[in-house]
Write a protein that binds this ligand. Structure first.
Ligand code: AMP
Length: 279
């Protein structure tokens, strides 16, 4: 497995693989890899000749008061895991190699203003920008994203369609801990009590899945979910919403493909979870 640290050396290797007619899959990550990331890498391994994993804590997707500095990092562990999963290359650039001032941005505004975009107004602009850059650098045939970040996945799909990227976007199911908590690099922020309290998210998802039916009112689904979270003293709801799966706009009834998504603070840590429901 190769490790590249610059755009230039990555491009050189990619050109070589393209010349050899190889198909390329890309798994964009911010590192501190866990079983959720591993599931994307495995899927990528199955479907492509070459597997590229990017490992980059992207500064432009963090707001001024967010956890950019504190975000967990362990490149040694990441690279061992990638190697064991059969990745061919990890691209781990420095922020200086990726960005200069002033820098152009890519933004898919309509889908970015609801859900996480309300609390994190610049987040998806940063995500779209870094993903565009990675798409241009790696030129993959396929790219892999987790359904855990369902709004991000919807935005990337829209970006690829609207801006004519010739890349297949592959969504991968949420990987959970045995007790239900969705795997996340941010779970390391939780102390023991918070880790226990964080189970209210997956319990709310489970309840939402049980109560939803075609044509259900949003309140019928969301109220019991909110009640579970509100009963947890360490939890504070950012949002629990039902939205149209394509537009991310709030809807009153589950009468089409919907996303039921939430963001909840457990102490200072903001966690997300969701489920999709189709007609
Ligand atoms: P991150 O490193 O958090 O930016 O995540 C990189 C990719 O892994 C994104 O496409 C995430 O949606 C995906 N991912 C993170 N956690 C999970 C999980 N628990 N299950 C499935 N995919 C995940």
């Amino acid at each position: 497995m190769q490790v590249t640290k610059t755009v230039e050396e990555t491009r050189k290797q990619i050109k070589q693989w393209k010349k050899e007619g190889k198909t390329i899959g890309l798994v964009p990550t911010m590192g501190f890899l866990h079983e959720g990331h591993a599931s994307l890498i495995r899927k990528c391994r199955e479907q492509n000749d070459i597997v590229v994993v990017s490992d980059f804590v992207n500064p432009t997707q963090f707001g001024p008061n967010e956890d950019l500095e504190a975000y967990p990092r362990d490149f040694e562990r990441d690279s061992k895991l990638c190697e064991s999963l059969g990745a061919d290359l990890i691209f781990a650039p420095s922020p200086e190699d990726m960005y200069h001032d002033p820098h152009a941005f890519v933004s898919i505004d309509t889908l970015s203003e609801t859900l996480c975009g309300k609390t994190r107004p610049i987040h998806f602009k940063g995500v779209c920008t870094v993903v565009t850059k990675l798409f241009h650098i790696v030129a993959p045939d396929r790219a892999y994203f987790g359904e855990k970040d369902a709004q991000q996945l919807a935005i990337i799909r829209k970006m690829v369609k609207d801006l004519n990227f010739d890349i297949e976007i592959v969504g991968c199911p949420i990987v959970r801990e045995e007790d239900g908590l969705a795997k996340s690099s941010r779970n390391t922020y939780l102390n023991d009590k918070e880790r226990q309290a964080a189970l209210c998210l997956s319990r709310a998802v489970k309840t939402g899945k049980e109560v939803i039916y075609i044509g259900a009112d949003a309140k019928e689904v969301l109220n019991p979910m909110k009640a579970i979270i509100e009963a947890e003293p360490l939890a504070r709801i950012d949002y629990v919403m039902m939205v149209d799966a394509l537009t991310m706009q709030p809807i009153e009834k589950a009468d089409r493909d919907v996303l039921v998504a939430m963001a909840v603070y457990i102490g200072k840590t903001r966690l997300i979870d969701n489920f999709s429901y189709g007609v």
